[in-house]
Design a protein around this ligand. Sequence first.
Ligand code: OMP
Length: 284
Amino acid sequence: MIIDRLCEEVKKYGPVCVGLDTKIEYLPEYLKDKDISDSEKLFEFNRKIIDDTLDTCACYKVQIAHYESLGLEGLKAYSETLKYIKENNKLSIGDIKRGDILSTATMYAKAHFEGEFEADFITVNPYMGEDAISPYYEYIKSKEKGLFVLMKTSNPSSSDFQDLEVKDEKLYMEVAKKIESWGEEFVGQSGYSSIGGVVGLTGAGELINIKNELKNSFFLIPGYGAQGGDPKVLKQLFKDGICAVINSSRKIITAHKNVDETETFSLCARKETLRMREDIGWEK
Ligand SMILES: O=C(O)c1cc(=O)[nH]c(=O)n1[C@@H]1O[C@H](COP(=O)(O)O)[C@@H](O)[C@H]1O
């Protein structure tokens, strides 16, 4: 199961997930000015960050909207970034947050678990129920793939629907339990399922509530850094072992903005990743 590989990576390198939410405006001036296409610029930026953070993180999350917004040029960089992560024997999360009816989800699965945009994990939205998720199952079973399904998101408006009371508890908890039940048949040797959950660090209480309720779920936790999530809660979350990867995107990939605008941008990203790893309390 792919989740066992992710757990091994976490043990070796710590639970940081480097978020490649790359925008042209984040690039250092020398790269912006280079006489190459936007696609090549984005890929060169990502490639250097990957090269300099390989031994500091568990995985990379590549957020597709940042590439889609530049059209085909951007998607080329998205594809090349995913391939480069794989060539370097690291794990990727394609952050695509899809969710649609079975026949369409089948095509999303094909698009993101094989071919040009192949990732090891993808993020999906559970709002439409299990038939919008089940087309991914055959890839989990036979192609070593995994999912991170939204349980409780990190954004301020996540309470609009996710905190509604349903059957005497919050909707997010119903959703989290349902997602764990979908993942039961994909539990690996690590004890975790290849169907994991996305839970924001910005809701510390909810994170602990979900952890206390679920047995086999591994988490993707965004909200560290730019969104101000407090890492203190992670100590409690990890008391029986590390059960999550913690994503930071802007704080890592724009770390050079506070220092200089030179070719050392990837070393700034490395420094921030190492600082974050310490800040979240990881010890080998
Ligand atoms: O699924 C996600 O990755 C996600 C879920 C969520 O609840 N909140 C959230 O911020 N994210 C993503 O995590 C990343 C956070 O980026 P930074 O705030 O720059 O660290 C972005 O790519 C978001 O799209």
